[in-house]
Design a protein around this ligand. Structure first.
Ligand code: TRP
Ligand code: SF4
Length: 334
């Protein structure tokens, strides 16, 4: 059975961008693969080292979001990154196998550095060693369970490429040790925002969270960008430029062909159309929110799930590390 590893930083609630970008895929794949889902608290600290409370709080929230989205603790191991010290150890070994300029060339890192510089200025104040190296520690996450497949959103592709380079280099120096992981993208790797932005993202403040209630969703949908040429409610319009239509399609509203033809024929007002989207979204989110509620009411169960997931991962990581130490000639007293 092939192995999947993937995960997220515990820095906030999960939204529809996460869901369609990757979560849905993980839920489907968990039945056919040995699946590890990591809560990347160590990685979250690279950006939030001065805010440990925030990371701590979000570990629990992320676990709830995973379970709500349909990650099944009988199928997948959900674990906490900091409880696997093998990851820190591998990170040290891997850090010899990548140059500093190569880390700076990583497009996702580059973009994140630009964002930091906008806040801290160009002097590099915000760029720590830990931040620059987080793709190395991400490689260690993947390698510590010797994963074959990494289901992610498209912003993570440069990190997977970097991981592949590091692991190939490791294998060529120390002998065949690791699988070379493949990324797995969903059919909709990037979800647009209701505001028409190319990406749903926390920093753009345009997210629909999996745990949003009806009132919140209604507010967000009512301010969505529609066809700007439609002024009156019986003007014909072009659904293809409308974010409300985009979301009807995204969540696979069974009524989609009616939405399209009524919009084109001027038989549907935008307010009506938005109300229908709110209902469809609530319908879509209902099973997710019901599962969230179920687990929210059972904090000991969630803790048990995280403990079990972490133990299973630790066991696997120990096996992998044994081989690593042998191949690196570090197995002194065995
Ligand atoms: N970088 C990912 C994020 O920002 C989280 C992550 C950490 C991850 N380690 C990983 C994803 C390994 C896939 C594989 O959410
Ligand atoms: Fe968009 Fe619906 Fe208005 Fe058409 S009727 S422009 S699909 S909100």
């Amino acid at each position: 059975m092939k192995t999947i590893l993937t995960g997220d930083r515990p820095t906030g609630r999960l939204h529809l961008g996460h869901y369609f970008g990757s979560l849905e895929n993980r839920v489907k794949m968990q039945y056919d693969y040995d699946t590890y889902i990591l809560i990347a608290d160590v990685q979250a600290l690279t950006d939030n080292f001065n805010n440990p409370e925030k990371v701590r709080q979000n570990v629990k929230e992320l676990a709830l979001d995973y379970l709500a989205a349909g990650i099944d603790p009988k199928q997948a191991h959900i674990y906490i990154q900091s409880l696997i010290p093998e990851v820190a150890e591998l990170t040290v070994y891997f850090s010899n196998l990548v140059t500093v300029p190569r880390l700076y060339r990583n497009p996702t890192t580059k973009y994140e550095i630009q964002q930091k510089q906008a806040v801290f200025g160009k002097e590099g104040e915000g760029i720590t060693y830990g931040f620059l190296g987080y793709p190395v520690s991400q490689t260690a996450d993947i390698a510590c369970v010797n994963s074959n497949i990494v289901p992610v959103g498209d912003d993570q592709l440069p990190h997977i490429e970097q991981a592949r380079e590091i692991l190939r280099k490791f294998n060529s120096i120390y002998g065949e040790t690791f699988n070379i992981p493949e990324p797995c993208l969903s059919s909709t790797p990037r979800i647009k925002g209701l505001d028409g932005n190319e990406k749903m993202s926390k920093s753009l403040n345009n997210c629909i969270y999996l745990s949003d209630d009806e009132e919140t969703i209604s507010k967000k949908v009512m301010s969505a960008v529609t066809d700007p040429n439609k002024i009156r409610k019986d003007d014909p319009a072009n659904p293809d430029v409308c974010m409300v239509y985009y979301y009807h399609k995204l969540i696979r509203n069974p009524n989609i062909s009616t939405v399209c033809s009524e919009c084109k024929n001027g038989e549907r007002g935008c307010v009506y159309c938005k109300r229908e989207l709110v209902r469809a979204l609530m319908e879509f989110l209902r099973p997710i929110q019901e599962r969230r509620k179920y687990y929210e009411d059972k904090p000991e169960l969630v803790e048990e799930i995280l403990k079990e997931g972490t133990e299973a991962t630790k066991k696997k990581a120990e096996e992998v590390m044994k081989r690593v130490r042998e191949n690196m000639k570090l197995d002194y007293f065995e």
